[in-house]
Design a protein around this ligand. Sequence first.
Ligand code: ADP
Length: 452
Amino acid sequence: MNRITTLLIAFCAGFLPAIALFSLQNAVWGGLLGVLLWLVWDSWRMRQFDQQLRNAQAGLPLQESQGSWGLLTQRVRHLLRLSEQQLRQSDQRLQDFLSAIQASPNGVLLLDAQTRIEWSNQTGAQLLEIDAQRDVLQHITNLVRAPEFSEYLQAGDYSHDVVFETASSTAQHPKRLSAQLHRYGSNVQGNVSKLLMLVRDITALELAEAQRRDFVANVSHEIRTPLTVLSGFVETLQNLPLDEAQRSRYLSLMQEQSQRMQSLVSDLLTLSRLEASPAPSYEARLPVSQLMSQLERDARAMMQVMDLPGHGTHRLHFDCTVQHLDLLGDSTELLSASSNLVQNALRYTPPGGAVEVSLRLLPDDRVEFAVQDTGAGIAPEHLPRLTERFYRVDRSRSRESGGTGLGLSIVKHVVQRHGGELRISSELGKGSRFAFTLPANRVLMTELRLAA
Ligand code: ADP
């Protein structure tokens, strides 16, 4: 029933009884009284409805009522339910969206128009060393103090990223971060007002890029040097009349240089093979007795060349406390890594010095292979860099003894591929110890040992 009809009914309810009892004039007054009463009652219902709406605002449920106001209440209740449902859905969508950003490997921050933090994912907080909850509404420039970042923010050109260092006092090596801002969202005037900030840790990326550049430069340099020497000799042989003795001396020097290039290329190929191939299987076995005897044979052969008469000889000692043990992995790689350490010990220990090679089973069933020498030793500042490609403490000494600067790099790769660890300790003037361990799952006791 619409409100006009109700109004007419109210009029008739006052008018009809009055016309029956009194005059027409009184009947009109009766009708108007009916309308008045209806209006009073209706405004009371409206107040009640208004109160209900206020209650609903406060979270109380809407009560059932009759009539047109009841109908309105029902409609409002329905609309409220609908909007609550929509609110829940968009809230859920927002939560899903935020969890997706939370899972992002990059840092994501939302900044308001005044560049205050509105929200940050955990990665962003970690990278910028801020607290995702505590630092909400803090100005980003109060927390990221790098001048490069402040300049970038002020310049307002966000078409590229900015790279800066974190000012962490705890980190030994500060992180290098790349951040880029993107404008989004709009205010009432329709202007883009908010900022999305994406942050990435590019420390490893930059390091890898620098290493790649160094590597290319090093390889070129290492190859160019013997090539220059070789071409010089070829020119001499072509242009100068040489006697037989000079000729043969030049030829042997040329052979030395080509040998050097061969070793370099062979080590480079070994390294690239190690990097490209999958981890060694657990199928192949290398008995430690075989490893140690092969190493000893090679070392003695090397000593025959190195230890010239009258210059003293190396004292070589092999100690293997466990014989009945097999190493599981790539035997060529394991032999090459251990032989590299023995050769280095002999090369960097003058004749008369001692080299001790040992292999033992550790209490936690790992195996340790160690080479200890009484050579010149290495200053502490060089130790962390020894396994870098082409890193040498004494460049000319390494070259003289036929080194490529890649040996320890190969050793480290082999050991890591087998799940082991390479440890280097040294004292200047006293000697060095190079040792690697292999995990227990790369060690197999042979039956003889188990039976014992
Ligand atoms: P290289 O072919 O030059 O020997 P490596 O990678 O095997 O290259 O070794 C890197 C550097 O580590 C060497 O140039 C040398 O300076 C140092 N080094 C390696 N082993 C020893 C050792 N036993 N004693 C002293 N210095 C060593």
